[in-house]
Design a protein around this ligand. Structure first.
Ligand code: PLP
Length: 253
């Protein structure tokens, strides 16, 4: 049985974070392990409150798990505090985990910051060097690279800058751009994953994509193949979604 660990935020709505990651792992037939870095109070309309798990307890969750089994891939999602980041960096260094997928979460679609001040820069310095692939959306890529993104050339520029901080590969997802939803994959050369833009607001898109990618890496696919299949999985997931009648659409898979 292949195992995938998610280190991320707790979303009571089940639409993002750890709760959703575990659903995606199950769909891909891999066994899900999880460690919570931050708690949130939220529903499909937005995030009302966030709270970081303290450094010692975050580390304890993972160390206890790793004593028992070694994941075939690890997905890192919402890291709220500097302590969250420093602890995960220490864990990644100590245990030399493989197939690390980082979704560098900055802000929720509803507009709430999911990182404290200074944390994106710290993630870039301390976590990026351990990553097999990072999966920023356009907004995250812009914040983390310092490039104001308007054109395809800007996206390429941002990808080059982000790879310079140490991840093996960068995929900048294009779903939040106007026009076609093209993802740009950069590993030293560029490739483009084309898709149709889906209308509407969805909760948990970045979490689902990065979890699918981590599952596929655990199953032995190389990054370009995993990325293409994760994108296909998302296209299907947009069709399998519903609304509570209040906020964003939730994936029902
Ligand atoms: N809550 C948690 C725990 C998350 O990890 C994320 C995104 O990564 C969100 C909320 C935001 O999800 P979205 O922007 O898709 O609404």
């Amino acid at each position: 049985m292949k195992k995938v660990l998610t280190i991320a935020g707790f979303d009571p709505s089940g639409g993002a974070g750890i709760q959703q990651d575990l659903k995606v792992f199950h769909l891909f037939g891999v066994y899900g392990l999880s460690a919570v870095a931050a708690l949130t109070a939220q529903n499909s309309s937005g995030v009302a409150a966030v709270k970081a798990v303290d450094r010692h307890f975050l580390g304890k969750q993972i160390e206890v798990l790793l004593r028992d089994s070694v994941p075939d891939a690890t997905k890192v999602g919402m890291l709220l505090s500097a302590d969250n980041v420093l602890e995960i960096a220490a864990i990644l260094k100590k245990f030399r985990l493989k197939n690390i997928v980082l979704d560098p979460v900055v802000k929720s679609s509803s507009g709430r910051m999911l990182v404290e001040a200074g944390v994106p820069e710290l993630i870039r310095e301390r976590i990026f060097p351990y990553c097999t692939i990072i999966t920023p959306n356009i907004h995250e890529a812009s914040v983390l690279s310092g490039v104001k993104i308007a054109t395809d050339v800007d996206v390429a520029k941002a990808a080059i800058i982000l790879k310079g901080f140490g991840p093996e590969q960068v995929i900048i997802t294009g779903g939040h751009r106007t026009g076609r939803a093209v993802d740009i994959l950069y590993d030293g050369t560029f490739s483009y994953l084309r898709g149709k833009r889906v209308p509407g607001e969805y909760h948990g898109t970045g979490c689902a994509f990065s979890s699918a990618l981590a599952s596929l890496l655990a199953l032995g696919f190389d990054v370009p193949t995993a990325a293409r299949n994760a994108k296909r999985f998302m296209a299907r997931s947009f069709r399998r979604s519903f609304s509570t009648g209040n906020g964003m659409r939730l994936f029902s898979f």
